[in-house]
Each structure stands twice: as C-alpha cells, then as structure tokens.
Write a protein that binds this ligand. Structure first.
Ligand SMILES: [Zn+2]
Length: 426
C-alpha cells in the first residue's frame, strides 16, 4: 500500500498516514465548510469581477436640484439620497440606468409640453454631470460601453425615461430622446397615460392595455433600438408589449407576484412568457413589492391622509420634500412595518429562476424612486445581493447573468432588431 521506503521504515509509514489523515481533513474543511468570512471574501471577489448594472434609479430628480453634486458623498439618512458616484464606487456598482422620470399630469398640449421640457432638463442634467465628472464616470450609449468604461475604472451612466408621458402625441420626440442617449422607455407610470394603462390607476384600465398610439410608440422604439419597458403597466400592457414588440422586452423594476402579491409584480404565466420572449425581469428593492406586511389599518389611514394632502413631488420645493420625508419617517416610527431584507430579494430571484430560468432575471433597485431596504439601503450596499446569492449557491457565471449579462443580451438584441428594421426600410 505504501511506497517501498515507508514499508521498510514503519515509523515513516505512521507519520505519513498521520500527515495524510490531517492533510485530508484540512482540505475537506476548506472545500466543504467555508467560514462566513471566507464566503464573504469570495462573494466580494465575484462582485468585483462581474459587471454590475442596476437598470433603474430616479436620481435625475436629485440631479436637477440646484447645488446637488453627484461627485459628493451624501448621507442617505440626512438627505434621503441613495445614489452618487462615491457610493456607486463603494458598493462596487459599475453601471446604472438613470431614469428621467416625469410624474403623470394633465394630458393636454400644455401638460405634454411641460413634461417634455422637464424630461429634457433631466436628460441634460445627466449629460452635464457625466461631462463634469469625466474622470470617474462616462455616458454609455451602447451595450459594450459599460465594459469599456469598467476597464478604464469608470462608472457607466446609461439613460432611460420612466413614463412615456413626455412623448406627448408626437412620435418624433422618441428619436429626439434616442439621439440624446435614451435606451429604454417605461411606457407608463402610476396612472394611465396616452400610451398605456397603469397597474395602479385608481380609475382602472382605459385602453385595455397599450393604446393605438402606444402601439405606434412601440414600433418606433423597435426601429430606433430603444428597449420597451413594461414595469408599472398593467397585465394587459405586458401581453400587448410581447405581441407588438419585434424585439425582446424588459421590466426595468418589477418582482414576482406569486412570492409577493402586488399588481406591480409579475405572475408566473407572465414570467414564463418573458422567458419565451427572451426578455428580462429586473428585481427591485421596494419593500411593498418584496414582502407582504401584516394588515395595519391605523398605518394605512395615516399614509392615505399624508398622500391626500400631498402635491406631486416634482412640484415640491426642497423644503417641502424634506418635510414630506420627515413626515414619512415619523409615520414609519409610529407604525413600524417588518423590514424587507436581502433575503426577500433573493427569494424573488430564486422564484424567477425556477419559473423563467437564469437567463431572464436581473436587478433594477429603484433608488431615489422609493427603492432601498434593510441591507440594501443605498448604492453603497448592493454587494450584499451578491453575498446572499453566493450563500445560496449561485455560481459566478449565474451571478454575472443576473447582474448584467441578461440585460446586456436583451440590449444587443434590441439593437440588432433595429438594424434589421432600418436596413429593410432603406
Ligand atoms: Zn418606478
């Protein structure tokens, strides 16, 4: 059994056996029982290696505030701000879609004109911010830009639009936004608009999904190479978008309804269809979409009262926003809800992977738009998602798909479809 040398010298055989035994045990310990510390270290290394892309932040709402500097680190507890360039770096967040978000307002010429002006102001604020901070970030237009910028040690800043309202009634606005760098448009927001029905309009659906005008918008987005985003749309909007769009679609910030029952989340049937479509659902960090809170009537009526007396956030002064934030903080302290955690987030990811597969899930935190939970409170804490994924046994290859690979795949397909459409029309 042992080499000749050890057979002739029994003492060596015993020593060899002991070394072998202990050697094996030590080896087994490292492969089978990884300490918490070792696992975290391994997760952070993976987090560092893969491109991390968050598809939804409403940070332009901040960027248009006079004096708000993206190159400065802000204290989220003091200012409510969840994203700036220093915190993106701290969290190892390589790329982000900043959404120019325009709250739904009156649907007439005046309203549409105002919406367009605000949308352009937000897009310009993103462009200016990337120019001013070109040593640490870069404006990204194409899928590969994020990888190029990552190599240069810079954060990639993509632009999206949340709510198709600023398109107004004029299809040519879509090309204007595209030329400025917009690469996805969320068709609708919390209320119905001229394009589509919202999942949360208190008056219910108006068009039965996507309107005729909305169908024209989808067609134009396909021609240009802008991703069609169905988050905030009602279920019919999702089915219509799948049927209308020649390219795969995205949900830039939505979760799984069979895990957390909310209209903003997607049913298993929708998740399966999303897989057939080749699209992607980007998980979001909004507590109400991540876990069901026990009924709390006192809290509900206090929230309703606060909302009823509230004017649209985009019309508020800085002081009014601060006051509103304080009121919500007080309300949360008075009527606490159980926190949503990173475990809830990965429960949703597990479910989507089970139903739709690993190729159809990603991450869109919705920071500065209500996103932020215990353990993923702002951009500086997004690595905790990777740590939890590693804890649950996800491999680096799978984590890469979740953090960016899936979305980038869809983005490339959307561009390829646009090229086909344009060359067939030429
Ligand atoms: Zn949103």
């Amino acid at each position: 059994m042992f080499p000749k040398l050890y057979r002739s010298y029994p003492i060596f055989s015993i020593v060899f056996a002991i070394v072998l035994l202990f050697g094996c045990t030590a080896k087994q310990a490292t492969t089978e029982v990884e300490t918490e510390e070792e696992l975290t270290k391994r997760a952070l290394e993976i987090h560092d290696r893969v491109l991390t892309l968050d598809t939804h932040a409403d940070t332009p709402l901040r960027m248009i505030e006079p004096g708000f500097n993206m190159a400065e680190r802000h204290d989220p507890n003091e200012t409510g701000s969840k994203v700036d360039y220093p915190r993106m770096k701290e969290g190892g967040l390589d790329a982000i879609f900043f959404a120019a978000f325009v709250a739904q307002d009156i649907r007439d010429d005046d309203g549409n004109t105002r919406a367009k002006a605000l949308c352009l102001q937000m897009i310009d604020s993103i462009t200016v911010s990337t120019q001013r901070n070109s040593d640490i970030v870069g404006l990204a237009i194409n899928p590969d830009d994020a990888y190029e910028l990552e190599k240069e040690g810079k954060r990639a800043i993509y632009i999206g639009i949340e709510n198709g309202y600023p398109i107004g009634k004029d299809l040519s606005n879509i090309e204007l936004y595209y030329e400025k760098g917009v690469r996805y448009i969320t068709l609708v927001h919390s209320s119905n608009n001229d394009l589509a029905d919202s999942a949360t309009d208190s008056d219910g659906p108006e068009h039965g999904g996507i309107s005729d005008f909305g169908a024209e918008v989808v067609k134009e987005m396909n021609r240009l190479g802008i991703m069609v985003d169905v988050s905030h749309g009602n279920d019919s909007v999702f089915y219509d978008a799948i049927a209308l769009s020649k390219a795969p679609i995205i949900a830039s910030h939505s979760n799984a309804r069979s895990v957390t029952d909310h209209n903003r989340n997607m049913t298993d049937e929708m998740l399966k269809l999303m897989a057939d479509n080749g699209g992607v659902v980007q998980l979001t960090m909004l507590a109400d979409y991540l876990r069901e809170a026990p009924p709390n009537a006192a809290r509900d009526s206090a929230v309703a009262e606060l909302r009823a007396n509230m004017k649209p956030i985009s019309e508020m002064t800085k002081d009014e926003r601060l006051a509103l934030r304080k009121s919500f903080q007080e309300l949360n302290e008075k009527y606490p809800n159980p926190p949503a955690t990173v475990q809830h987030v990965v429960d949703h990811i597990d479910h989507i992977v089970k139903v739709a597969g690993i190729d159809h899930v990603g991450i869109g935190c919705d920071f500065d738009g209500g996103g932020g939970i215990e353990g993923i409170f702002d951009a500086s804490e997004v690595m905790n998602i990777t740590i939890e994924l590693v804890k649950r046994g996800y491999t680096e290859e799978q984590i890469e798909k979740i953090w960016s690979g899936n979305l980038i795949r869809v983005f490339k397909e959307v561009q390829a479809v646009a090229e086909q459409i344009q060359s067939s029309q030429a």
